[in-house]
Design a protein around this ligand. Structure first.
Ligand code: GDP
Length: 297
């Protein structure tokens, strides 16, 4: 299960402080030390950990806690609020263009779950939001990606625009968007190419694509299982593309939590969705508050 170790450690720390009728600075220090270790152990970015721990220490020795009748519980409330804040505070909605179609470009490394997530998102938009999306297969480098998207499209009975693997990806997305307009689709989701590592050629091509079609959303798909690597990748994409949000995949796995807890603070981009399994309907809107409560129990 995701966050298992982190949840266990934080819950143990919180249970020590919970029933205390009085909380002194030494208690807060000890709690902060344990929280710090738990977060580092979960592979949370060290700068993020430092800021986080400083904030909870500052708040826990403040008036709101010390003067309260239930200081132990107030400390837990502070930690919960700060964890929520770390992951983005509130649910972050998908952009809707003033003039349809809303163009959503999916980017990320190979294997992150981009193609699957493009189809999942299309399914979500139709089912939950009553939208009429179209998919565009522009990942011409991973041989199976186009077939995979077409298969998913068939399963969903949703159109997939493709020009095979020989066409130029920038042309594919331009024509795909034109077709979406002509057929009155209100969303067009572009599955772009990824590679095993971020490289210049990939970024150049994605930049060209983005310059050409001016997407309303550039969603970065990252594999939550890859911890700090995911965060580093996110930083690189974010520096070079107009990224507008993150989708964390494989949160159903046993990720320690490092990516989920660091990515927002490091990139300043909201986490919009979470992939919770391989099936097409296993995509959830990301709720920072629920995630924090899940971790703290
Ligand atoms: P791409 O190379 O980025 O397009 O990656 P794919 O969409 O082909 O996904 C790579 C693998 O990850 C596939 O086996 C997917 O089924 C799997 N996958 C994608 N999202 C999730 C998820 O949220 N949970 C799990 N468990 N597997 C996922």
């Amino acid at each position: 299960m995701a966050f298992e170790g982190l949840a266990e450690r934080l819950q143990a720390t919180m249970s020590k402080i919970k029933g205390k009728g009085k909380v002194n600075e030494a208690d807060v220090k000890e709690m902060a030390r344990e929280v710090r270790l738990a977060l580092l152990e979960a592979d949370v970015n060290f700068k993020v950990v430092k800021q986080f721990v400083n904030r909870i220490k500052e708040r826990a020795v403040g008036q709101e806690v010390m003067k309260s009748l239930t200081p132990g519980q107030q400390v837990i409330k502070v930690v919960n609020e700060e964890l929520t804040e770390l992951m983005g505070k509130e649910e972050s909605k998908l952009e809707v263009a003033d003039k349809a179609p809303t163009i959503v470009m999916m980017v990320g490394l190979q294997g992150s779950g981009k193609t699957t997530t493009a189809a999942k998102l299309a399914n979500h938009l139709r089912k939950e939001k009553n939208r009429n999306p179209m998919l565009v297969a522009a990942d011409v480098y991973r041989p199976a990606a186009i077939d995979q998207l077409q298969t998913l499209g068939k399963q969903l009975e949703m159109p997939v625009f493709s020009k095979g693997t020989e066409a130029n990806p920038v042309d594919i997305v331009r024509e795909g968007v034109e077709q979406a307009k002509a057929e009155n689709h209100d969303y067009v989701l572009l599955d772009t190419a990824g590679r095993l590592h971020v490289d210049e050629a990939l970024m150049d091509e994605l930049q060209q694509m983005s310059d050409e079609i001016r997407p309303h959303e550039v969603l970065l798909v990252v594999d939550a299982m890859t911890g700090q690597d995911a965060v580093n990748v996110a930083e690189q994409f974010n520096e070079q593309l107009p990224v507008s949000g993150v989708i964390l995949t494989k949160l159903d796995g046993d990720t320690r939590g490092g990516a989920a807890l660091s990515i927002r603070a490091v990139t300043e981009q909201p986490i919009k969705f979470a992939g919770m399994g391989e099936k097409i309907d296993q995509l959830e809107t990301f709720h920072p508050e629920r995630m924090a409560s899940r971790i703290l129990g």
